[in-house]
Write a protein that binds this ligand. Structure first.
Ligand code: GDP
Ligand code: IMO
Ligand code: MG
Length: 431
């Protein structure tokens, strides 16, 4: 029995989707445990490209059970769009998709609430605008939250929405006299219809997962976002509202930590970040600079919002922090092809903070903002590497670069990715 976790070690978009897709072949269940439609995971297989946001990447292979755990927040309209999109690509979603009846539901008032805080320059953190923060706030606040299991009880749902909207409508109007107002009856009707759609998929997924464990099934946990966006361990407050580290598995699925026996940390060969917040190794070197070149070659634009991703050098200080809090056993180095032909490459191995050299990731966002990276320079390589399929196919510079990352982090590099397609993957000798 294997309980594997794929977790991002940077600020998201490390290409977790590609790795999950590869590992799906050797697992029976793929489980999302955190986040919601803020995630965007792209999988390329031959001439087909799949973009998944709320559904686990496992849905591409219907023989696998795809589970949305209780820690995920669900926007039903988006989920249904994704299912319809898959259907257009010839993939049916039926019994293979199971959704926790404990997962919380995102409503349109969450999106409106987020607009208020995000439109304020002082408080906005550059979110995806999908209602993630307000929905998790209501979950923890307990008073104004609705879980998926409640959507199938229409009378109860309308009553709950009446209570909640009495508060939410006044809140929204308090900030803006022209704010949208929601009608409990209408919203209840819309969401009861979503409930009808979701009903066949809803279950106590905690029980289901424990039964799968008892039956010796292999389970793959698919992290969304990246560890530096974790609400407790990331670059707070410029983070998301869930535990995107492996810490989120236990709370977000009901599977205790001791069952997780393989943690795969996903790293890009460089670093990207979407939204606001400190980013010590960011390359802010203008339209002709390396930052822009990486963005163009790596097609670094957000899957969910289309925003250009901020790009920079590999940050080993941040990656080491992430590896530690996740209990990472092995790493993968993704998008290595993007660095071909860039000349000499840099890896941050320490920070200078207020005249002092540090090797830890600071708690305070202001301190992180003041950190100047201390770089080690590594020889690059000039040849394209998209067609490399084994280590020996890589130019020496590319091998050395990947080896150096593993060496600094003291972790084995198990997989190197040289292109978006499944086949553009090198499994290193360690297996
Ligand atoms: P995720 O959120 O961690 O699943 O990552 P995203 O899917 O948001 O972003 C990764 C992007 O890089 C996707 O568009 C992938 O198709 C693409 N990709 C994955 N691996 C590679 C690679 O090795 N090289 C290149 N050039 N692109 C890759
Ligand atoms: P995947 O799973 C990259 C970022 C947003 C913003 C911050 C908070 O594709 O790696 P939120 O909407 O979650 O309240 O926004 O988190 N963010 C992501 N960045 N990849 C993601 O997911 C992200 N999910 C959220 O850009 O800075
Ligand atoms: Mg993504």
């Amino acid at each position: 029995m294997a309980c594997t976790c794929v977790v991002g070690l940077q600020w998201g978009d490390e290409a977790k989707g590609k790795v999950v897709d590869i590992l799906t072949d050797t697992h029976d269940l793929v489980v999302r445990y955190n986040g919601g439609p803020n995630a965007g995971h792209t999988v390329v297989a031959g001439n087909k490209t799949f973009k998944l946001s709320i559904l686990p990447t496992g849905v591409i292979k219907p023989k696998v059970k795809s589970v949305i755990g209780n820690g995920v927040v669900i926007f039903p309209a988006r989920l249904r769009e994704e299912i319809a999109q898959l259907q257009k690509n010839g993939i049916e979603t039926g019994d293979n998709l199971v959704i926790s009846d404990r997962a919380h539901v995102i409503f349109p008032y969450h999106l409106e609430q987020e607009k208020i805080t995000e439109s304020n320059e002082g408080t906005g953190i550059g979110t995806t605008g999908r209602g993630i923060g307000p929905c998790y706030q209501d979950k923890v606040g307990r008073v104004h939250a609705i879980r998926t299991g409640e959507l199938v009880r229409p009378i109860h749902l309308e009553e709950r929405l009446r209570q909640i909207l009495d508060f939410k409508n006044r809140l929204l109007r308090g900030f803006n006299p022209n704010a949208v107002q929601f009608d409990a009856r209408e919203l209840a009707k819309e969401y009861a219809e979503h409930g009808e759609f979701l009903k066949p998929h809803l279950a106590d997924t905690t029980r289901l997962l424990h039964e799968a464990l008892a039956a010796g099934k292999n389970i793959l946990f698919e992290g969304a976002q990246g560890s530096l966006l974790d609400v407790d361990h990331g670059s707070y407050p410029f983070v998301t509202s869930s535990n995107s580290t492996t810490a989120g598995i236990a709370s977000g699925t009901g599977i205790p930590p001791r069952h997780i026996n393989r943690v795969i940390g996903i790293l890009k060969a460089y670093t990207t970040r979407v939204g606001k917040g400190p980013f010590p190794t960011e390359l802010n070197d203008g339209p002709e600079g390396l930052g822009e070149r990486i963005r163009k070659v790596g097609r670094e634009y957000g899957t969910v919002t289309g925003r250009p991703r901020r790009c920079g050098w590999f940050d080993a200080v941040a990656a080491a922090h992430s590896a530690q809090i996740n209990g990472v056993d092995e790493i993968t180095i993704m998008l290595l092809d993007v660095l071909s032909g860039l000349g000499k490459l840099k890896i941050a191995t320490a920070y200078e903070l207020d005249g002092e050299r540090i090797k830890h990731f600071p708690t305070d966002a202001g301190e992180l903002q003041r950190c100047q990276p201390v770089y080690e320079t590594v020889e690059g390589w000039s040849e394209p590497i998209e067609d490399a399929r084994k280590l020996a196919d890589l130019p020496l510079g590319a091998r050395k670069y990947a080896d150096r990352i593993g060496e600094i982090l003291q972790l084995p590099v198990k997989l190197i990715s040289v292109g978006p397609d499944r086949v553009q993957t090198i499994f290193t000798v360690q297996g």
